[in-house]
Design a protein around this ligand. Structure first.
Ligand SMILES: C[S@@+](CC[C@H](N)C(=O)[O-])C[C@H]1O[C@@H](n2cnc3c(N)ncnc32)[C@H](O)[C@@H]1O
Length: 370
């Protein structure tokens, strides 16, 4: 009656994707529960989950096992993470989210499911969670930010085991609304390759998710570790994107199609910029701030003209930057941190089972940590 999917503990029933419910009679986001042969399953809404959409489209399973350790970036309130938790009946998912509101739901879910480790953090700040996250088998990312590819790379370099796999949900329009999805995909794949990852495959997630690809990579080389922080790289990426978009005629010889030169150029620029350290940072922070402000003002003036591509672009950017500022404010708020820490402590104290599970897991992992 149920057909196996390519992933553990997930099945198809009449074209619907299901996961074996790890917590009986409990649903997470209003999804239907179904019983077959004395087991309970949750319907996995593939319109609300990039991994779900990928599985529904028949993507092969690269490396996800019942006992895997998965670092999941952009967990939101835990819709997909809860299904990952169903898959990992012997593993753990380390779920990173920087927005306090969805995080509180994720936190509640983690009290019920003992294999979700919720982490309130910006995924750009990879060292923030080094005490919690061990080397993992899989890095899964669903973050719709302009610098999403760099966040993915940084986290894989820091946390992915050799021969582990990375799954990137690439939202092209978050990188550049004005360019074709395929161009963004090609560039992103090149950047991944330049950083030592083998791109195994990319599939479009249409019709379930518009403008999205799911790209799977494997870490089998030793990528050059570049001692430059992610913000600098992202800025360089933004600049090169601007250069790239403003030069349509020269796209074939553009910055990102010129692979080796591309990375060399990036790295040289970063090294040069790093030398100027303090001056560079303060200058850039100011200019970044003022350019955001200009954009906000421009956006106000252009709101009436919102159908034009440029104004879409600005809207997108402004949404991103204002969201970002709000999130920064939220996550920087001491009271929220305190309440998270308290909750976390309470949670740990209350859940003796979960606690012993995770604590013994942590002990067993501590030797493996870098
Ligand atoms: C598309 S939603 C994720 C949906 C989720 N993966 C699911 O399927 O249930 C993207 C999430 O990434 C979060 N996010 C964006 N940038 C982030 C960052 N730098 N660090 C951590 N989370 C981030 C957003 O707050 C948002 O909740």
């Amino acid at each position: 009656m149920l057909d196996n999917s390519n992933f553990p503990n997930t099945f198809f029933f009449k074209n619907k994707l299901l996961s074996l419910n790890a917590v009986e009679s409990h649903n997470v986001y209003g999804e239907r529960l179904m019983n077959f042969s004395q087991k309970q399953y949750r319907e996995w809404n593939v319109m609300r989950s990039k991994l779900g959409a990928g599985i529904k489209k028949g993507i092969e399973n690269f490396g996800i096992k019942r006992d895997s350790l998965i670092l999941y970036l952009g967990a939101a309130s835990g819709t997909t993470v809860s299904h990952v938790s169903d898959i990992l009946d012997k593993g753990f998912v380390f779920a990173v989210e920087f927005s306090a509101q969805p995080f509180s739901k994720l936190l509640n879910e983690s009290k019920i499911r003992n294999n979700i480790v919720p982490i309130l953090s910006d995924a750009n700040k990879i060292e923030n969670y080094k005490e919690i996250v061990p080397m993992v088998d899989i890095v899964f990312q669903d973050i719709s930010q302009k610098n999403q590819v760099f966040i993915f790379i940084e986290n894989m370099k820091r946390y992915l085991k050799k021969e582990g796999y990375g799954y990137l949900s690439l939202k092209c329009k978050s990188i550049d609304v004005t360019r074709k999805n395929k161009e963004i995909l090609d560039e992103s794949e090149e950047i991944l390759k330049d950083n030592g990852f083998t791109v195994i495959k990319s599939i479009s997630l249409a019709p379930f998710e518009k403008d999205h690809y799911l790209t799977i990579v494997q870490f089998n080389d030793s990528p050059n570790k570049i001692d430059v922080n992610i913000q600098q790289r992202s800025r360089e990426f933004d600049n090169s994107q601007r250069r790239f978009s403003s030069n349509n005629d020269n796209r074939d010889s553009g910055h990102f199609n010129n692979n080796n030169n591309n990375n060399d150029k990036l790295n040289n620029n970063f090294r040069r910029e790093k030398k100027d350290n303090v001056e560079y940072r303060s200058k850039n922070n100011n200019s970044e701030y003022s350019s955001r402000n200009n954009n906000r003002n421009n956006n106000r003036n252009n709101n009436r003209n919102s159908s034009s591509e440029n104004s879409n672009n600005r809207n997108d950017f402004n949404k991103y930057s204002s969201n970002n500022r709000n999130q920064e404010r939220k996550t920087n708020s001491n009271s929220e941190r305190k309440s998270y820490n308290n909750n976390d402590r309470k949670n740990k104290n209350n859940k003796s089972n979960d606690n012993s599970n995770f604590e013994s897991f942590k002990k067993s992992q501590s030797n493996n940590r870098r």
